[in-house]
Structures are given as C-alpha cells and as structure tokens.
Design a protein around this ligand. Structure first.
Ligand code: PBG
Length: 331
C-alpha cells in the first residue's frame, strides 16, 4: 500500500466528527498511515423535516457513499443504526468495531429518572421506536407521559430540557459517550423497557469493495462478536422490511458477557460466552399494540447463521401481526 494519507469522509456534526476522529486514530495506528478528514454535507444534516417523514433510511449515509463511489474519499464511518440493511455490491463493510453501550438514555430536568417523571411529562424524541416503547411502558405501569416529536443535534435536543420546553429527551448512550456528554444522562433505560435500534452503539467502516488492501487493513478494527450481534439484529430488521426510522427495536446480547467485562477481562468473557439472546419489538407509536419476541441459542459461528436467526425471529413476529403495526406509521 502507498504511504499517502487515507481520506476519511465524515459529516460535519459533532457526533460524526467525534466518531470519525476516534476511528481515524485507530486506523492510523493499525495501518501506520496518516488519515485526513474530508467533510461531506448530507441531506439529513440540512433538512429540517422530521426524519420519519423524509423516509429515514439512509439519509445520513447517501452522500458519504456517493463520495466513496466517486473515489473522493477512501473510507467512511457510519453509525451502524443509520445504515440501510441492503449492502451495495460496490461497497464493503470492512469493519464493525467493538460496540459501545447500546442503551437509550434519558436526559431529564432536575436529575429525574424516567419512572419519576410527573404526570403529563413531555418527553422529546423523533423516533417512532422510542415513542412506541415509552408509551407502551407508560400504559402498562400507570405513568402519564406525552411523547413530543423533535429532531436536531444533541445540543438542540438537550437544549429543549435546559430551557424548560420539555421535561426530558431520549438519546442513545453511545452518541453521548462519543461526544463526551455521558455525564448529563439522568437515567439509563433498561433494555427490558426500551430495546435499542438494530445496530445502535456500533459503528460501520465502509470502503470500496475492490480495494482489497484497504479492506484487509481496516479489518484489524473488526470485532467479530459485535458483528455477529448486529448481523442478527439487522437481518431481523431487513426481514421485517423496515427501515432505520421504523418502530423496530432489536438487541442481540451475550448474557454472561458483562461480569468478566467489568473485571476488565474481555478475553475471558469470550471463552465463557456460549449463548446469544436475540430480542425484537415492533409497536404502534402510541404504545397500544406491540409484538415482542425473543429467542436464545448458541452463539452463531457464521454470519449466515446470525442472519438466519434474525430472519427466523422476524418470521415469528410477522406471524403475530408485526407488519400491521408498522403499517400504522407509514402515512
Ligand atoms: N439517529 C441519529 C443517531 N445515529 C447514531 C446516533 C448515536 C448512537 C449510535 O451510534 O448508535 C444517533 C443519535 C441518537 O440516537 O441519540
């Protein structure tokens, strides 16, 4: 490989710059080459419409992919949850690095926890998935909340709480960690309450499919465990024929992983992890109807097995009426 700097295409947002910067450092470390950031503007950054209304799927991703295809950049970093499930033949998913905390979190006024929010509390989120699950939980537990559609970057969203317009906003833990604002979280939502978006907390590093040297080099950053988990989650999403702004939550977790990880020994964790649990949920945004299922089995040994697991769970969810619940959002 030549010693010219690698060009990493990135959106200008704080989150994109943070995650691109972190990956740039990791890539220079494994390749010994310098990495130069190239800023790309995407429709998702300039549009003020609700993400769900502009069709969600891929709005943040398209411009970066176009720059890759035109050879203007060598590789790009995406939030995996924003990446459409169909992979174009010309592009390769060269690496999925180790996942951050996949949970959703609340930033609320007065350090409030979700379940301590007062009657009539207004919670901002533009995500039908979050609305569906928060409203379903509230209905089941006698809470009285109102979900309020918002969008904008993290500063804007947290701003609604700071200026008193909303009681709380929902965000992804991973994004806040990456931009150094995880301390502002007032409650980490259990995945038993809100299942994250498929792939949430993971990054995708993409480059041209014909650049074998670069694919091999970037592959050093790949975490096979994360990749197995997100492959199952995204296969579930694809089989439900839903996009990244659909009311679909999914999480493949590796149950015994957390304890050894807390002892700082991920290698030990890898040896004892035998099972993977895949959970999926679909619901109407008002939370009146949900289909939630899970399956537990041996950790898949191939990505094809992981995909099969996702497809199987999706088929069971569809058999229980999942398609009808997603249809409700489609107006
Ligand atoms: N939809 C926007 C988006 N895409 C990725 C993240 C950060 C979390 C991640 O990388 O999964 C966010 C912000 C959020 O949901 O709070």
């Amino acid at each position: 490989m030549s010693s010219k700097a690698l060009r990493l295409g990135t959106r200008r947002s704080k989150l994109a710059m943070a995650q691109s910067g972190q990956v740039a450092d990791a890539v220079s470390q494994v390749t010994g080459r310098s990495v130069e950031l190239v800023e790309i503007t995407t429709y998702g950054d300039t549009s003020r419409e609700q993400l769900a209304q502009i069709g969600g799927t891929g709005v943040f991703v398209t411009a970066l992919r176009e720059a890759l295809l035109k050879g203007e950049i060598d590789f790009a970093v995406h939030s995996l949850k924003d990446l459409p499930t169909g992979q174009p033949d010309e592009l390769a998913l060269a690496a999925v690095p180790e996942r951050e905390d996949p949970r959703d979190v609340i930033v609320a006024r007065d350090a409030l926890k979700f379940t301590d929010l007062p009657r009539g509390a207004r919670i901002g989120t533009g995500s039908p998935r979050r609305m569906a699950q928060l409203n379903a939980y509230a209905r089941g537990h006698g809470l009285d909340i109102e979900t309020v559609p918002i969008r904008g970057n993290v500063d804007t969203r947290i701003g609604y709480v700071r200026d008193g317009e909303l009681d709380a906003v929902v965000l992804a833990a991973a994004g806040l960690t990456r931009i150094g604002r995880i301390d502002e979280v007032t409650d980490f939502l259990s995945v038993d309450t809100v299942l994250p978006a498929p792939g949430q907390g993971a990054l995708a590093i993409e480059c041209a499919a014909d650049n074998a040297d670069l694919i091999a080099a970037l592959g050093e950053l790949d975490d096979p465990f994360t990749r197995v988990a997100v492959t199952a989650e995204r296969s579930l999403l694809a089989a439900l024929e839903a996009g990244c702004s659909a009311p679909v939550g999914a999480l493949a977790d590796l149950p015994p992983l957390s304890a050894p990880l807390e002892r700082g020994d991920p290698q030990a964790a890898r040896q004892i992890v035998k099972e993977m649990r895949l959970r999926g949920i679909v619901g109407t945004t008002d939370g009146t109807r949900t289909v939630q299922l899970s399956t537990t089995g041996p950790v898949p040994e191939t990505y094809d097995q992981a995909m099969a697991l996702g497809r199987e769970l999706a088929a069971e969810m569809l058999a229980q009426g999942a398609a009808g619940l997603m249809g409700e959002q489609a107006q």
